[in-house]
Design a binder for this molecule. Structure first.
Ligand code: ATP
Length: 363
């Protein structure tokens, strides 16, 4: 099949008076690692539960693998779900837990065993099949939960913050494994997380959600480099925002006047900005160059004073106070071997950037 594996059209969910999901419309391609990213309460889990068939949409249509899902119960869908709490049986062995995923499939014994063995291999639990689940570490339990979902060979695996109970180091390890597992099995993963770094690391594409809506869907690089609104810019990475008023717009190239900062140039996301509009010129911290001293004023140049430098080994984070700005400007510089830091706290510096790395975001 060449079409999407999942299609959502105008999906809404209302709980009593509360609209938890509003007009959700997008497609997911077969084999994608697709993440739903957003703060707590934005509707990620509700959307996942609608895909699973645990929850019904109030309006709109869900199509999976070319078939409309209205009225199709959870256990008849080509999906399977992995939950945040692993929900495995502590008194059963690893093998019994994983095999439990097949109880409704009425397979011959040999086939069930072969599939269970395959799933145990996939999640790297070979040799631990006979161990009781209560003797496993957190990471191993999560692998059992994954294997139990994969053993049914679903077309779509739905994962609700499956790594959030693990500590940082183990979580990072499991992220790599999850990604390589997804490539090996080739099935579509829909992954819910509120952790932007996790979403960026794992995903082919990410839907950023807020207040029951999808704000933007793009690749990790697309979201980072071309956020379409302030919420996305703020949620994915750090963004410096310079308030300004548009004075000229030539296609997507926008010239604006920053209060006390001279002329700033940026590029609008899709449509040109209106002259006079209040906007932010938005620049990522690693796109900014620092020179010591108050150099020639000009386009996209700000003079300020370093308020702090944090040395982080491979890079340093600078905060620079600029007159007229409420927040200090964040600047990230990489630290190649032997290079001296640019100035010290208190030093006067000039900040500049290439206009192609500045965006215009509506205020
Ligand atoms: P979290 O990361 O905290 O799980 P989320 O983005 O997954 O958040 P949802 O669990 O989808 O958010 O919830 C979205 C909104 O819908 C929340 O405000 C929640 O309180 C509300 N909600 C979810 N389920 C129900 C329900 N059964 N009845 C009433 N309100 C609900």
């Amino acid at each position: 099949m060449n079409g999407p594996i999942i299609r959502l059209e105008g999906v809404e969910k209302v709980f009593g008076e509360f609209r938890a999901l509003k007009d959700i419309t997008f497609d997911i391609a077969p084999g994608e690692f697709f993440s739903l990213l957003g703060a707590s309460g934005c509707g990620k889990t509700t959307l996942l539960r609608i895909l699973a068939g645990i929850e019904q949409p109030t309006r709109g249509e869900v199509t999976i693998d070319g078939k409309p899902m209205a009225g199709v119960p959870a256990n008849k869908r080509p999906t399977n779900m992995v939950f945040q709490s692993y929900a495995i049986f502590p008194h059963l062995t690893v093998r019994e837990n994983i095999g439990y995923g097949l109880v409704y499939q009425k397979l011959a014994k040999a086939e069930a065993k072969a599939r269970t063995d395959e799933a145990i291999e996939l999640v790297k639990l070979a040799g631990l099949g006979e161990r009781s689940a209560h003797q496993l570490s957190g990471g191993q339990r999560q692998r059992v939960a994954l294997a139990r979902a994969l053993v049914c060979r679903p077309k779509v695996l739905l994962l609700d913050e499956p790594l959030s109970a693990l500590d940082k180091k183990l979580r990072e390890e499991m992220q790599q494994e999850l990604r390589s597992l997804q490539r090996t099995v080739g099935i579509t993963f829909v992954f819910v997380t509120h952790d932007q770094e996790e979403a960026l690391t794992l995903s082919d594409r990410i839907a950023v959600m807020s207040g029951g809506r999808v704000l933007q869907i793009d690749t990790p690089q697309g979201l980072y480099e071309r956020p379409n609104c302030l919420d996305v810019a703020g949620f994915v990475g750090t963004m410096n925002l310079f308030p300004a008023k548009v004075t000229r717009a030539e296609g997507s190239r926008t010239v604006a006047n920053g209060a006390g900062m001279g002329e700033l140039v940026g590029h609008s996301h899709d449509r040109p900005s209106a002259v006079g509009a209040a906007v932010f010129i938005a620049v990522r911290p690693e796109k900014i160059v620092i020179e010591v001293g108050a150099n020639m004023p000009g386009l996209n140049r700000l003079v300020g004073r370093i308020s702090s430098i944090s040395y982080l080994g491979d890079r340093s984070h600078y905060l620079v106070e600029v007159e007229g700005l409420a927040e200090p400007v964040a600047v990230y510089l990489s630290n190649p071997a032997g290079r001296a830091l640019h100035g010290a706290a208190g030093a006067e510096v000039t900040l500049s950037w290439d206009e192609t790395s500045a965006l215009v975001l509506e205020r």
